[in-house]
Design a protein around this ligand. Structure first.
Ligand code: 5RP
Length: 228
């Protein structure tokens, strides 16, 4: 319990620190997850004090949070660019390669990040890793022919497990399934594996993120932050 509380403090520290990068009139991309929720909380407070921004959200959940706090949220198709996106990660290495999708929102998160001038990743200190692949890799998959898609993925030599919620298949905001891939040892080339997976019909997107993180804010359990 104490561990959870201190981790929460680390996430909150990173989320609140990121708000310092948000300036008036920016179009802001909102990530998904518990750390991103702290950023949204801090953004709501800043907007109540007079900051004026327009947001686009990577998930229904984050959109709801922002709208409840009075933030103006528009559809991604209503903007021509995003100034800055702030999002969490499940794992990140020194080259800022990431695994995302723990919240099942990595497809929209990747679209937002790739459309953003700047991407700030906010993490607690446990997310930093010497090599990515120690956590499960989420893969979003079309329900149509999903068993065939799963077989093709597992033929690459990995074991996948369909994500569930309350004993039912987890369905993403895009109406798709998530297969979580377990690596006995971290893949030697995540980039190659990403390409192999993307080549399989039915795979919508993998949780590998390359060249998409510009700044990383690491929150520590004592409430301090460090920028990478
Ligand atoms: C959601 C994500 C999240 O950013 C990632 O899972 C980290 O979540 P949290 O901040 O709750 O640890 O990729 O799809």
């Amino acid at each position: 319990m104490l561990q959870l509380m201190t981790l929460d403090l680390a996430k909150k520290a990173a989320g609140y620190k990121a708000v310092e990068h948000i300036k008036n009139n920016m179009i802001v991309g909102l990530g998904t997850g518990s750390t991103a929720a702290y950023f949204i909380e801090a953004l709501i407070l800043a907007c109540k004090k007079g900051l004026q921004i327009t947001a686009v959200a990577s998930s229904e959940k984050s959109q709801k949070l922002a709208l409840l706090g009075g933030i103006k949220v528009v559809d991604l198709n209503e903007v021509s660019h995003i100034d800055i996106t702030v999002d969490g990660a499940d794992e990140i290495d020194a080259q800022k390669r990431m695994i995302k999708g723990g919240g099942g929102a990595h497809v929209r998160e990747k679209i937002l990040a790739s459309a953003s001038t700047k991407v700030i990743i906010i993490i607690d200190e446990t997310k930093f890793s010497s090599s990515i692949g120690t956590v499960k890799l989420p893969i979003e998959i079309l329900p149509y022919g999903s068993k065939i898609t799963q077989k093709k993925i597992e033929n690459l030599g990995f074991q996948g497990k369909w994500r569930t919620t309350q004993d039912k298949p987890f369905i993403s905001d895009n109406g798709n399934l998530i297969l979580d891939l377990h690596f006995p040892i971290p893949p030697s080339s995540p980039e190659n594996l990403h390409l192999q997976l993307k080549n399989i019909p039915g795979v919508v997107e993998t949780g590998f993120f390359f060249h998409l993180a510009h700044t990383v804010i690491i929150g520590h359990k004592d409430g301090s932050t460090r920028i990478l």
